[in-house]
Design a protein around this ligand. Sequence first.
Ligand code: GLU
Length: 390
Amino acid sequence: MIMTSPIAHRLAASLPSATVRIADIASALRRNGVKILDFSAGRASEATPQYICDAALDAMQRGDTHQTPARGTPDYLAACAQKLARENNLRVDPDTNIIATMGVKQGLFLGLLAVINPGDEVIVEDPCFVSYQPLIQYVGGVPIAVPLRKEHGYRWRQEDLERAITPKTRGILICNPHNPLGTVMTTHDLQCIANVAMKHHLTVFSDETYERVTWGGRKHLSIAALHGMSERTLTLMTFTKSYAMGGWRTGFARGSERLINAMTIAQQHTLTCASSINQAAAARAITETRPEVRAMWKDWERRCEYAVKEINAIPGLSCDMPEGGFYAWIDIRQREQSSEAFCERLLNDHHIALVPGAAFGPRGEGFVRMTCVKSWDELRAGIALLRAIL
Ligand code: GLU
């Protein structure tokens, strides 16, 4: 008998990422010739803009194909620092306050490794992005879910957070703009979180993946820019979504020198550094956000509006226009089916992929998530199919 390696508890008990798993199933079906309409993972239909690809080609031709400093190339770190000053009202030292990461998940993992000891509690939103709880658990932390309630506009009140604090609480993890709900936090929302973090000496992990794509004239605010919050916030940003660079896995984390130093040590021992080529491409992307990128964002807003309007016209489904991000968070409670069963039926019988709300936490049950930034043709076909099925 062949003995296989036992799997450690932290992974033996870990469920797959619903977003990545469903997207992988959709890709496999497509490879087998099945015509699939995939609205699962947050992947835009557009190719990465040419000027960004050219920056990668330039880097390769220049010979920038070797390891970079663990923290990132001086050019990339400078581009990130300038972007933070220009767009996020955050003034930082590129040499000490930033580390290049391969996406937000990797940056968050480094941040959690640096801050959370076994048994420490981290407050998370319910619903929240599918990977937060597993990442907290991988470092031995304990996620404490605090509901985002509809009656409070899917926002935490300060007292909701205060009630969740224990002597073991070390951090609060937020997603702003929110995936999957699409809320964009106001100054008041952020101040409530900041007040609790300052009072109890907590680190705020702030995933700002969707900061560039906010709708209806809303403006994204970084919690680190609030008075007293810069030193206690780890700001996580990426260009994978907003610049249609999903496969490039680029991003960065911004925090105190002490925290970034600790994360850099873990970076040295694990990834070594973020990809040199991708850093060059991302630096160009953010240094000159070209009109074609802004036009793409504008069109994404129109696609979200279209999807929301059409979904609301289908009996038994309803959703609100997201304030930011590009997901429709669809209420299916009238269908009297679990979100898992609903999505499974759509995928198996009709080849349309959505993400069940339950994957985002107990408060996600009764909802499904649909990515709206697929091509117009896919979007129209998907909506027509949903209308026909339901
Ligand atoms: N973050 C994206 C999503 O929510 C991509 C999938 C993933 O990285 O989990 O769909």
